[in-house]
Design a protein around this ligand. Structure first.
Ligand SMILES: Cc1ncc(COP(=O)(O)O)c(C=O)c1O
Length: 404
């Protein structure tokens, strides 16, 4: 991996995952700190004007301005790259900054984008409503239908975007198949791997060109900071992504990068436990027998269970349930919860439940929501780290109160 600066960097791809999460990418200053430093600085001073010129020329190693690179952000980026198995990474202020920067760095007026229909609300709004303002058209397809992906490709398709599992339906896309079609068309595949996390699924192993994260989710994992990350190989980073983000400035704050670094130290323990809890809770919600559907990729009755388990090492931390009646009953159930919070984030240590139609997907047109399967009866649960019995008792009690 090419590094742009810094002594005492702990960068080796020989370490195992757990060691990388704790130590990978760390830069230790001459003070010998054990916890990474927060370099809360916008600029850097030079010993002489010649040094400043040499750094800007790229002839001298070192930092110049934190929009271009910052040591704390670089530690987070290098750790992310090591975990993902990517050559390069850049951190962003939010997951949406990562998604929009990745897409806008690829497309130009006259281009066409293909994407799965089922997306996080803002991702769908960006593709359907914002890209056309810049002369970029799109075709949205049923992500499960490989023929539809093929049919949607046009000679001017330059970027393909997918989320798998998707928010909130958990729909799974065959990443390898879509990747092959994308490359046959000389386009770049951008995968939003937020729900799977870098621990459960490796889109680049299937050939994805760019992977993006909202590090607001499992990477922070404790509901503190917004953040995002864009990962790719060196060539795409240098030639496509950096020329865009250097001059548009979607950067993560060094403080948030530090929080993310601390989050990553325990990420595998948290994600593993959340997935175990989610599997138990999904079974319990199913066994309650009061929901019209319980969706969890790790359950054998999930419509794309086989593909989900081929691509991911566990079922993830998100479960969806459908109440028999609509919004009023869904709200009644949410309002009766005592342990799980009513909240629209995911990947938090605290279990969080939301009604996507009125929150995360409120900005999406009703017809588009229904096309994605987001009905007024749907509730999305992000399972946290509480004792599963407390969660299950809470859901059983709420179901009774809601008259389910
Ligand atoms: C799948 C997915 N992608 C992207 C985002 C955007 O992330 P952020 O809220 O950090 O901008 C979210 C947020 O919920 C998400 O669920």
């Amino acid at each position: 991996m090419k590094r742009d600066t810094g002594q005492n960097r702990q960068i080796t791809d020989k370490w195992r995952l757990e060691t990388q999460l704790v130590r990978g990418g760390t830069y230790r200053s001459e003070l010998g700190e054990t916890s990474e430093s927060i370099f809360m600085t916008s600029g850097y001073a030079y010993d002489c004007a010649e040094d400043a010129a040499a750094r800007f020329e790229g002839d001298q190693e070192g930092y110049t301005y934190s929009r271009l690179r910052n040591p704390t952000c670089a530690m987070f980026e290098d750790k992310m790259a090591l975990i993902e198995g990517a050559q390069a990474a850049r951190s962003t202020a939010t997951g949406m900054a990562a998604m929009t920067s990745a897409m806008l760095s690829i497309v130009k007026a006259g281009d066409h984008v293909v994407s799965s229909k089922t997306l996080f609300g803002s991702c769908r709004v960006f593709i359907e409503d914002i890209l056309p303002k810049f002369g970029v058209t799109s075709t949205l397809v049923d992500g499960a239908d490989n023929q539809a992906w093929k049919a949607a490709m046009q000679s001017n398709t330059t970027a393909v975007f997918l989320e798998s599992p998707a928010n909130p339906t958990l729909d799974v896309v065959d990443i390898q198949a879509v990747c092959d079609l994308t490359h046959e068309n000389d386009a770049l595949l951008v995968v939003d791997n937020v729900f799977a996390t870098p621990l459960l699924q490796k889109p680049m192993a299937y050939g994805a060109d760019i992977v993006i994260y909202s590090s607001t989710k499992h990477i922070d994992g404790q509901g503190r900071c917004l953040g995002g990350c864009i990962l790719s190989n060196e060539e795409i980073m240098e030639d496509t992504i950096l020329p865009y983000i250097r001059h548009t400035g979607p950067n993560m704050s060094p403080f948030n990068a530090w929080v993310m670094l601390k989050g990553m130290e325990t990420m595998n323990l948290r994600v593993e436990k959340m997935c175990d809890n989610a599997a138990i809770v999904a079974d319990a919600l199913h066994d309650l027998g009061v929901f019209t559907a319980v969706n969890y990729p790790g359950r054998a009755d999930f419509k794309q269970h086989e593909l989900a388990m081929k691509q991911m090492t566990a079922g993830g931390s998100v479960v969806t349930v459908f109440v028999p009646e609509g919004r009023a009953q869904a709200f009644k159930f949410l309002n009766a919860l005592e342990v799980t919070d009513i909240s629209n984030n995911i990947g938090d240590a605290k279990s969080l439940m939301t009604h996507p139609a009125s929150t995360t997907h409120k900005s999406v047109e009703e017809s588009a929501r229904l096309e994605m399967g987001i009905t007024e009866s749907m509730l999305r649960l992000s399972v946290g780290l509480e004792h599963v019995d407390d969660l299950i008792e809470d859901f059983a009690r709420a179901a009774k109160i809601a008259g389910l």
